[in-house]
Design a protein around this ligand. Structure first.
Ligand code: GLY
Ligand code: MN
Ligand code: MN
Length: 421
């Protein structure tokens, strides 16, 4: 059950508002560029959704720490909206009452979160600071969020089972996408959490590949990164398969990523700094590549030189839940780590119970990186370039699960999707 008063109380005590007002906008529908009366599908800003559970265009939440009262102002649904869209009146106070609420509080500093609200003049820097605290306060998932995430994970597992049953030489990426997403929707998903990635062969080296009409051939890697969404809560899973029998090189590469992913999952304990979990995983992946003869040298010093970014160019993961990146980011007050190899790390904070994170290491043979003359020169002695060149075109392997951090071992929400075969 959604316990909004508990969320409001948690935020009221977590936000350093002092005497400032908090205003949170849902946002407005965006019209399609053509001359139609249609809009892009409306999604309330996640800051607003978290506080209301509503998909309410133009809605506004307002809070004044002096009277400690939360207000949800909503527009009155029109007859046309009832007739054309079947909309019903959401609960809340009439939106017209927001302007008088604000006018009764002149000269107060305003933190504005969510989407912009007409007529509100906010302090941009203070708003950004407040938002960092807001995101931080909602990082531990409450019971309602975890329950929804479990449903989303179950729908996602059903889609992966459908795809797995259809995977064979001769099938296109598009046909696999159809099986996968149909499986999500049959099992209760309302949307996909993001654009599904289904990538065969060399396409598996494109990190955010959109499926097309490529046919999966025997011996191809097929990398699938997708998840269902239920009531705005998203699962974000990756599995990598081989069509038919893997080559010894594919088997080794897969086992390196799998072992590194399992070790990284085991390190997801309260207090662990995410950047340390990421860097430890980078060392594991690099050690695997050294053992395979693809890289040369001491794994830890290769990671210090950032040579691992040739094959593992992204971060270990991010928060997931209310949106695919959820409340990722920095611990409030922490500056962004300037190391180039951490540029793509989507969060920098210590883990805590209730957080839900993805753990998604990968190793890829990406022509845009491996054919870059500057990198080949910089990492001349770190890579067996002959061997790397032989495998350009192989694609890559990523394995991604979604973990709930607990006081003890993490709980894997996506364990029902096989990855061991
Ligand atoms: N689905 C994109 C990602 O894994 O972050
Ligand atoms: Mn993913
Ligand atoms: Mn992810």
């Amino acid at each position: 059950m959604l316990d909004l008063p508990a969320r409001h109380a948690r935020l009221a005590s977590a936000l350093p508002l002092d005497d400032a007002l908090l205003v949170v906008g849902a946002g407005a529908p965006v019209p399609l560029p053509e001359n139609t009366d249609q809009t892009y599908p409306f999604r309330a800003h996640s800051d607003y959704f978290y506080l209301t559970g509503l998909e309410c265009p133009h809605g506004v939440v307002a809070y004044d720490p002096r009277d400690r009262a939360w207000h949800s102002f909503v527009p009155t649904v029109t007859e046309a909206e009832r007739v054309w869209e079947g909309r019903e009146q959401p609960p809340g106070e009439p939106l017209e009452q927001f302007a008088p609420w604000l006018a009764a509080r002149p000269a107060r500093r305003i933190a504005q979160l969510g989407a912009a609200v007409p007529g509100v003049v906010a302090d941009a820097e203070f708003s950004a600071q407040t938002r960092a605290h807001f995101l931080h306060a909602r990082r531990p998932k409450d019971a309602a969020e975890l329950a929804t995430l479990r449903r989303s994970a179950a729908a996602t597992a059903a889609g992966y089972a459908a795809l797995r049953a259809a995977l064979r030489a001769g099938i296109t990426e598009r046909a696999l996408q159809v099986e996968l997403e149909t499986g999500f929707f049959r099992a209760g998903a309302q949307r996909t959490g993001y654009g599904s990635i289904v990538a065969a062969g060399a396409n598996a080296a494109v990190l955010h590949f959109a499926p097309g009409d490529r046919v999966a051939q025997a011996g191809d890697f097929v990398l699938v990164d997708a998840g269902g969404e239920i009531d705005r809560y998203v699962t974000d899973v990756t599995r990598t398969y081989v069509v038919g029998t893997p080559s010894p090189f594919q088997r080794d590469l897969y086992q390196v990523v799998l072992a590194a992913q399992q070790k990284a999952c085991a390190r997801c304990r309260p207090g662990a700094e995410w950047r340390d979990v990421h860097l430890a995983c980078a060392v594991d992946l690099t050690a695997g590549l050294v053992a395979m003869g693809v890289m040369r040298g001491n794994p830890a010093s290769l990671v210090e030189q950032e040579a691992h970014t040739l094959f593992f160019p992204h971060g270990l993961g991010h928060m997931v839940g209310l949106g695919v990146r959820d409340a990722s980011g920095l611990l409030p007050g922490r500056p962004k780590d300037p190391r180039p190899c951490l540029r793509t790390l989507r969060m920098d904070l210590p883990l805590a119970p209730g957080y839900v994170v993805t753990v998604e290491p990968g190793l890829y043979f990406i022509p845009a990186l491996l054919n870059d003359p500057a990198r080949r020169e910089q990492f001349r002695d770190c890579v067996n370039w002959n061997l790397a060149d032989q495998h350009l075109g192989i694609g890559g392997v990523r394995i991604e699960d979604n973990l709930v951090i607990t006081p003890g071992e993490p709980e894997n929400l996506t364990a029902a999707i096989p990855k061991e075969s």
